[in-house]
Design a protein around this ligand. Structure first.
Ligand SMILES: C[S@@+](CC[C@H](N)C(=O)[O-])C[C@H]1O[C@@H](n2cnc3c(N)ncnc32)[C@H](O)[C@@H]1O
Length: 227
């Protein structure tokens, strides 16, 4: 489950949208994009206080997720798109790589954060398994697929017909047309209820919340090997 062969089509989009990225996200989420990142990170802090952290930002892009991590921390940004990593000014180290085959030893990190990136996995199950293998805690916010059938149809219609036009308000035409690929992403996703089952195969799910009528999920989990 995941994008499979379509992954390369979607990755090409990430290369092109770097310049308008956060502006377009603001429009696409009706202003909530960063609020949901902060909500995800707050879940971890509510559990662990402000511990010194070795953090992996998975699908880090420009670093918008790790930016919210406070206190003493060492951040490694992992991303499949070098163009995205190039504009990342948050990470201490940057690694080009994919979720499905992470170049890190088991338990290398205290915390993995993933902002709006897990939905783009080639193989969702393998990505979730790797997240749990390399980090004690996983804190994720991503595009989901509502379990409710009506909401699912509405989200598919939104991503197909409304979203690309909305993003055109903030981006040149050749770039905003890349946002049509979110429809491909959402079509390939499992419903959120199924995703919870997948996560629970590899990690202990602590909190799983839906936002935007199920179009976004936020979760905190921990590796079964951590205590
Ligand atoms: C929408 S950006 C998110 C950036 C940032 N985390 C944020 O919160 O805005 C998604 C990023 O995930 C990366 N990505 C997608 N699939 C990936 C995979 N399988 N392995 C590694 N990176 C991936 C893309 O290259 C892209 O830079």
């Amino acid at each position: 489950m995941g994008l499979g062969a379509e992954w390369h089509v979607v990755r090409e989009a990430y290369r092109k949208i770097t310049r308008v990225y956060e502006r377009a996200n603001m429009l696409a989420t009706l202003g909530n994009v960063d609020r949901w990142r902060r909500e995800a990170i707050a879940l971890f802090y509510s559990l662990n206080g402000k511990a010194a952290l070795k953090v992996l930002d998975a699908g880090a892009g420009p670093g918008n997720m790790a930016r919210h991590i406070k206190g003493v921390r060492y951040v490694v940004a992992l991303d499949a798109t070098p163009e995205m990593l190039y504009v990342n000014d948050v990470a201490d180290d940057k690694v080009v790589g994919v979720f499905e085959y992470m170049p890190f030893r088991d338990g290398s990190f205290d915390l993995l954060v993933a902002g709006y990136s897990l939905h783009a996995a080639m193989d969702l199950e393998r990505a979730v398994a790797e997240f749990s293998r390399v980090a004690a805690f996983q804190c994720v916010v991503s595009i989901g697929k509502p379990t409710n059938r009506l909401m699912r149809r509405l989200l598919l219609m939104y991503t197909k017909y409304v979203l690309p036009r909305l993003v055109c308000l903030a981006a040149p035409k050749e770039i905003c047309s890349e946002y049509k690929k979110i429809y491909i992403i959402v079509s390939a996703l499992p419903p959120n209820s199924k995703l919870k089952e997948i996560i629970s195969r590899y990690a202990v799910l602590i909190t799983f919340r839906e936002r935007g009528f199920g179009s976004i999920y936020i979760y905190l989990s921990r590796s079964p090997n951590s205590f």
